[in-house]
Design a protein. Structure first.
Length: 423
């Protein structure tokens, strides 16, 4: 078969060409150095609002020195999956630390948060047997997702029939969750939700959701990827919700956000977690976290716990950033958390804004369809701890020029977040 008929048959070439033409896809960004408050990409320096490693650990020479020291001792890889090769001491230290933090018996680490989520869904719905005695069958489980749950969770559950073994409740809506659970007639169920949603910055009513789970004897799984270590002091508005988190049956974290590394983990009771190593598939069939990364995760989490001012200071500055955006007449997401979205509206307008900001030396992440509904595009902003006040002020002024004169307000009327929702 000729190359052109192969292309026509599979459709990838056409998909990429038209996606680039319509502004959905871009040339790959190549960074000349580290991502941080500033970033050099494709040969030019930008003030960066795209990063999720917002506390800037890799800008701290002591963190890099500790990484190198750990790499010298433990190497760059465990050499395989934990089943074939085992884990190193740093993995165990990390898992034990997370178990203590979450008040759980055991924690299993994964090479990413995505793999933790996929592994959890695999494990909880598995039919598997080493032998007739050493076997398990949980295909009768019902999973109930908040509609805004992360793509990784929806994707992992795509083998389940929606409406039968996979159900959804309205975003952060405890009444709707109660109605869904009440119809299940006691079937064994797991409620899956996030602590803090990166789509709209909202914080789940964690305590109320867990109360409902308890009432219906359902298990609970919290994806705390975006909330991990961002709990702040008791005076913070959302601290109260996070306080309930330890009551969940399972807590999942990602190390790519506040910890600024790579990796994920699930904490829960040993009865379940012991089985996840095999049943998740995403532990036994893939490499473990790099040992120095696991070591540095412990180092950074300890630093954050010993120095609560780091997060407090960051949250204060994020709140100030949000106030400055608000004062410029920009329309923002409702919840004031460290994630701030500027609503733009039309998809083509969002792309124009992104390009205009790029020309002015800023890089920003635009969320547009399919991450949000068509023509309800937004800009998801996360302040970096090392952004300077002049950088912030210059950025806010640019945004005000581009969007603050009512241009965005017309386009965003009735905008609604749909996050990573798949249906
Ligand atoms: C809610 C949520 N869950 C899971 C993940 C995946 O985490 P990781 O980057 O560690 O794979 C993310 C990352 O964006 C997330 O936002």
């Amino acid at each position: 078969m000729s190359n052109s008929s192969k292309s026509a048959r599979w459709g990838f070439q056409r998909f990429v060409a038209s996606s680039v033409a319509e502004g959905f896809l871009h040339e790959p960004v190549i960074m000349q150095g580290m991502s941080g408050a500033e970033v050099s990409r494709n040969g030019r320096s930008y003030v960066n609002f795209s990063g999720i490693n917002y506390l800037g650990w890799q800008q701290d020479a002591r963190v890099l020195d500790a990484f190198v020291e750990s790499a010298r001792r433990y190497g760059l890889s465990t050499g395989g999956s934990r089943a074939t090769q085992g884990i190193c001491e740093p993995h165990l230290r990390l898992e034990n630390m997370l178990s203590t933090l979450h008040g759980k018996e055991r924690t299993l680490s994964f090479a990413s948060g995505m793999l933790a989520n996929i592994g959890f869904i695999n494990a909880m719905t598995a039919k598997f047997g080493f032998s007739s005695r050493s076997a398990i069958d949980n295909r009768d489980a019902v999973l109930i997702f908040d509609r805004e749950c992360h793509w990784s969770l929806w994707k992992a559950a795509s083998h389940l029939k929606f409406g039968e073994s996979l159900l959804a409740f309205k975003h952060n809506d405890v009444t709707d969750l109660t109605a869904v659970l009440a119809k299940l007639g006691g079937r064994k169920a797991i409620v899956v939700f996030e602590s803090l949603y990166s789509s709209d910055g909202s914080v789940a009513p964690i305590g109320e959701i867990l109360d409902v789970c308890q009432r219906f004897d359902a298990l609970s799984y919290i994806d705390d990827a975006n909330g991990f270590m961002v709990y702040g002091s008791p005076q913070r508005p959302f601290h109260e919700q996070f306080r309930h988190m330890r009551r969940a049956d399972f807590i999942m974290v990602s190390l790519s956000k506040s910890v600024g590394l790579e990796g994920g983990a699930i904490s829960g009771s040993a009865e379940f977690i012991d089985a996840f190593e095999v049943l998740s598939g995403t532990s036994i069939f893939t490499a473990a976290i790099q040992p120095p990364t696991a070591d540095l995760a412990v180092f950074i989490i300890e630093r954050l716990r010993a120095n609560p001012w780091i997060m407090e200071d960051y949250l204060d500055r994020s709140a100030m950033f949000r106030l400055k955006l608000q004062a410029s007449g920009l329309r923002l997401n409702d919840t004031a958390s460290y994630i701030t979205s500027v609503m733009i509206g039309r998809d083509d307008k969002a792309e124009q804004v992104r390009q205009a900001l790029e020309q002015q030396g800023f890089c920003v992440p635009i969320f547009r369809y399919p991450a949000v509904k068509p023509n309800q595009a937004l800009m998801r902003l996360i302040l970096h701890r090392l952004h300077t006040e002049p950088q912030i002020d210059r950025f806010v002024a640019s945004l005000k020029d581009l969007l603050g004169q009512g241009a965005s307000r017309d386009a965003i009327a009735g905008a609604e977040f749909v996050g990573h929702r798949q249906r």
